[in-house]
Design a protein. Sequence first.
Lengths: 315, 675
Amino acid sequence: MIRRVMILVTRGLLLVALPACAAAQNPGASGAGGYAGSSACKTCHADIWLNFYKNPHFKSTVSGDLPPSRTGCESCHGPGEAHMAARGGKATIPNAFSVMSQAKVLEACLTCHARDFQKANIRRSEHTLADVACTSCHSIHHSPTPKFLLAKKQTELCYGCHAGIRAQFEMPSRHRVNEGFMECSDCHNPHGAFAPTWRMSDRPRMVDQALNNEEPCLKCHVEKRGPFVYEHPPVRVEGCEVCHFPHGSTNERLLRRPVVFTLCLGCHNGGASGTRNNGVPIATGPHNLLDPRYQRCTTCHVRIHGSNADETFLR
Amino acid sequence: MMAMLKRCCLVLAVCGALRAQLVIAPTPEAVGPARGGDFANYNIVDSLELGYRWRLAGGSMDTYRSDVNYGDGIRLLATNLSIDSKEGHGRWFDEILLSTSGLGNDPYQTASLRIQKNGLYRYDMLWREDDYYNPGLVISGGDHLMDTVRGLQDHSLTLFPQSHIQVDLGYSRNIQSGPALSTVQGFDTLSSAFPVFENVKQQWNEYRIGVLADWNGFRFIARRTWDFYKDDSGYSLSAPETSGVATDATVLQQFQRSEPNHGSNPGWFGNVYGKRKYWALNARLTYNLGNGGFAMNELTAGLNRFGAADNRQIVVSGDAQRPVVAGDFNISLFPTSRLTIVNHTAVHDTRMDGDSYFTEFDNGTGAATTLNFKFLGVLTVSNATDINYRFSNWFSAYAGFTDSGRQIRLLEAFAFPAVAGSEARYPYQQESRLNEGSVGVRFRPFQPLTINLEGEAGHADHPLTPMSDRNYHTLGGRIQYHSRKLQLSTGYRELYNENAPLSFITYGSRSRQYNAAASFALRDWLAFDASYSKLHLDTVGGLAFFAGVQSPQLQTSYDSIYISNIHAANAGLRFDIRRRADLYVGYTITKDTGDGRASAVPAGVTDPIATLLDSVQTFPLTYQSPMARLSIRITPKLRWNAGWQFYGYGELFHLLGYDQNFHAHTGYTSVLWSF
């Protein structure tokens, strides 16, 4: 019994004394604006502090020249003196992220991250419009990924909401995301992107531009970038999606149709669209569609993405 | 607290490990409390997984290699290394992160490296290599087979990453090489196409230097880029070929083509960002000047389609230029804490420059043509405004409007320099305007539950292609319940596009997606994950083409119809057996039921044209993949792993007569050592 009382008393003294000692070791931080300094936090939150050196936010602690409002724990969670005085409790933490609204989480993170170029369009991103906040994807203190403090591996995070996209990446013809060769962020910026420079610039809003201002497909498929003497206008104007599914497809080469002539004739039907007064030209008379030779258009029109030597993409 | 943390980490790890096992691949490391060893002031965590892959495949190996491509052999399946300074004041570095996967002949190999020292530098490297194989069977009868390797690498060095002035240096490289098959038409455009060997040699290099500066609350970024592209692929014929068509006597006896194409794209990039209490602005401007110099020398000899000896040489040379300018101006207003208004204006201008020229000599016909470039110009200006208002902590809404105008100019009449008065002109100019409005609401009746509903409707008055958006709308909704152990979600999205150009041709496309997903970490040793999606697509479009049994006639009374109903599901179950062994079983299936028909051509259809079109209206198939994996802890630092995955691909109708079905058992056994 006496031993138990002694332990309780000792613990009580420690609770009072340790924060005070910690504050004394960090006199410049304590007091001003209610900031206690990160050293005070580690007394109770040792579990977080012990691994914090692996966290990118640790840089603010070691830089030594940042004001208390931008240093360590309090740079995100706000001044901690009241929290210490109350001996804990979420209600006394100015920014307790687990109970904050999505909008407040976003504003708290943007205090520092607003000027990152990758987040320049976060306020117009579809994620923000759908109320997906930073902490929906990022785990600041318990991230299992080595970079970007993601709550899970990137593809798993995205699949958590986008089950339909996951299904596309499990189709026979697909970009190798599940194999670990690519990631969603190779093409998408989950924080929002500038208006696309293809189609009518209206959507999608989360597709990143590559090579300064072009469609992200060209980041890897550079041979299709051109410039070509004879551009295939839909490729340049509408982008690759006019013929291809970008994620995955049951059709070869991510095409929108299993047989290529049905794809080509979809536009080359004489309808009043395209870049000619009389519409997109139809295949000429010798192209007898019942002849197997003319059912696989790209057998002859090999340079369908653009050619330097032939107006009809034959070479 | 520590126990709770460990439990929390374990739950996260269970969920993570479960979802990570989509493909037979490296064993995901268990995530838990910090481990590793300390050396000097650094903490070092490392793991290596070395193993052997095997496969037993049957059926079409071409399709197997195209869709799966795992082979036999020893692999360094995965490595993970992290070295962290515990005080943040390392002498040369504060952090090293290295991870690799598939090294040593896996078809998909990656490595990433980060080295940084706080306040001084940060270096990131990403290296990837992909073995690409595509038989091109249905698309082009196997003629466009590709068996290439694509290598990608990116290096980025940032100096003074926490300073007000930062310097960025970067280098990227992209190469593709390997054998392929291309095709060439013998002596005229009416002859058959012959397969020719292509030795692919493509290379792209980019160099970047940039400066970032913070001043008076604004951030400025300026970057200069230079990228260079080379395509030196060569083409040749290994042996004489005949057409195999009774009406075409062409024999290709000799063929050689060299076609060097070298280009560069010098570019500028600038960005400015600023934020105040009630507003923020963000502007970007980029400029890229695309240059391409090319030449082609093609020599063909043999018999033409009438059986007469013939030879043909085509020599082409020229330069291409395509300057591209893109600019964005983005302003955000926050008049109250509940209201955000964002306006985004974007301008994009692409044009093929008309100063260059193109010369073609055709020795076979004795013709020589010199002409100025075909011109293609695209100018798009768009403006979008979003208003986002939070009525309460559980209800908010947004509305948006986009106005976009696009002008396309096309020059198809060339200017012949040698002919006086043959001036370049714009024979065709098209302008299109798109207006689109969207609304959405969000409910969060209680913390783990969110409900999103959204809709969008748009109209474009002159879309470029029949498949482009004209009168379209989207409707979507999502309900999500997200707690620490249980995640449930379901969603729906439809996109309807009714595109009816001015003539008799119509086009309509309707796609609908339904999905549901569940992830449940029942205990720290048991987790379950499943999802189901249905993807429906049906399109109908008018056709105009030539076809006929005796002689081809113009056909305009047929429609192009395509119907796809894809059911996709996956499920996974993970057991952690007494912390000694980890067992995962999973299953994925993609099944396109098409339009439900039992044969490619419905009974009673005798018209040969209708028979052909009916046979390509739907493409039912099944692609399924069960898998299992076992990981046993031998010592705290050593695990033995084994995995098996089956791939089964089966088309119901063999399109154009090609049987592409395959089945394959793949697996691996490995040892994971970590410290």
